[in-house]
Design a binder for this molecule. Sequence first.
Ligand code: CO
Length: 291
Amino acid sequence: MPSCVRGLLALFIVCVLIMPAIAGEQKKTAKTGILLVAFGTTVPEAKVSMDHIDAMAKSRFPGMEIRWAYSSRIVREKLAIQGTLVDSPAQALARMMDDGFTHVAVQSLHTIPGEEFHSLRRTVAAFEGMPKGMTHIELGEPLLSRSDDMERAATALLSSIPSDRNKKDAIVFMGHGTHHPANIYYPGMQYYLSRLDPLALVGTVEGSPSLDDVLLALGKQKPKRVFLMPFMSVAGDHAHNDMAGDEDDSWKSILTGKGYTCIPVIRGTAENQAFVDIWLDHLAAALERLN
Ligand code: CO
């Protein structure tokens, strides 16, 4: 048999017999799912934030299975003691792998691409090459990533201020802050806010701008009333205690001690549709990249 005929015969066998078997198997097992990953919270009332995201995600991506994981080990351990078991990202991905998901979009519900986001990125990367695992995993960006996220988030922050605020009242948004280089997103947000409202200030619990920076800015503006709002996805422990608590070292107590009338607003950003839209747009982009 001439070699070209043998070659054609081999090609025929591959095309007719083997390829459909491979394609058929892929077609049969293709299964796409979503994994939402939040830091987590131990404050039961703060769960409204998570429930809100879950409901919005379900209505935006109907028919898609949506699972959850918390990236904070401390939060998961505290919840486990209370009898609530929540998966870590690795546990949730292992489960999805065993449940036959071939394509998974993981969405970070963190605010900045800091430590939690980057460790999630490493976990996701580890699952991508797992034998008999998913064909493809994509990670969606956190709330703040690109400049247009910053602009949208600044507008969303200002739209979330209670309507009884008058123009002379200041508003202080309490972010978490971090020693990670991504802390730069907080002073970055101050820039975008300042363009829209000179009395809107950002402070952080653990990074920069600090409460001292906020006090300095307030000292120059001299407002009588100051609204305090979390710039965190959930109104959890930091919002209840560090921001609005009655202890001497809470922001409310310190600002009250300086003569300002404080109005704390206990509401996480994830309770606000405009913020959830940003996260879900990032999830939609991740789903797009899966195909
Ligand atoms: Co914290």
